[in-house]
Design a protein around this ligand. Sequence first.
Ligand code: TXA
Ligand code: MG
Length: 345
Amino acid sequence: MQTEILGPDPISLRKAANLLLAGEVVAIPTETVYGLAAHGLKAQAVQKIFSAKGRPSTDPLILHLPTPDLKAALAAGIVAEPIPEVAYQLTSAFWPGPLTMILPKGPKVPLEVTSGLPSVAVRYPAHPVAQKLLSIADVPLAAPSANRFGRISPTDAKAVSEELGGRIPVILDGGSCQTGVESTVLSLFKQEPVILRPGKITAEQLGRILGKNPKILSTKSKLDQSMPSPGMLESHYAPATPLYLVDQPITHFPTGIQYIHYASNDKQLPPNRQVLTPIGDPETAAQNLYRVLRKADAQSGHAILIEPIPDSDFAPALRDRLQRASTGTAYWDGQVWKLTQWQVI
Ligand code: TXA
Ligand code: MG
């Protein structure tokens, strides 16, 4: 299959919407990462997402709503009662934006979207191209990140093309993603609010509306409880080259390894050293994270080493993604890097 990359002009948007309404998949930009979209109320369309990505059907998808109006989603059978009042307050505070809420599933949503769960994930993205497309199609779009299963999420059209080129008909190019890591996933379903995946919208921000900061279900607990090995994590955002977390700034650079610094404004670094943020701000680090991992992965090297992420509002999200992407830790023993794999539990 030939993959066409379309700009976000009105004719291309209409073409993308028509493809989606006809049951095809289209890669679309959002403010977080690119998504692989399909008509969210058509089981056969949704199945195409799983086959293009090579994703197991046990991993539920997020529905991107045609408008930020949760009452309209309720009336359309996308979500169902009981919807806590606080869900409406959260949409006013954070939509459009990178907050996904887990709510009771409405009767119109096929079980393929939710992997058989009685709950559904919904969000309204902040990217203008995604909003225009949703408004033209006027149906919810199921869209996981537009990478092959387990790989690094794409944050520009070129990265989508590397991941899914030849497997999907169209990529809608809306430029580079602003946020750079996936949305915060907050469950409001049958329990105290809990963050299932940290993102740009923090526990503290959510706590101001919820009255109490929600707990973040940590990557560590997920690793311990249910995963035979981190490589088996349902979404492990991993490069093909093994990634190791280093517990201090990297000062030794033997060849054959790729190094990722958190912050450096050194413009003369050799190609085996990348930087997440020249000025040391977490927003830029998040924006660049997947692009830099992808670049390090494309260079030759038997390992990628990355420096620790300093504390900030964005740190839980960045550390979560890196932990899931990594094979283990590394330390300098005075002569060589010692690479230590996570223990398989
Ligand atoms: O930023 C994002 O959220 C991106 C863009 C494209 O919108 N999408 C994305 O989708 O990251 P995906 O499929 O890669 O991640 C969806 C996450 C998964 O961790 C999934 O397990 C969780 O949401 N999820 C979806 N439905 C759920 C449900 N009913 N209950 C619990 N978790 C759910
Ligand atoms: Mg994903």
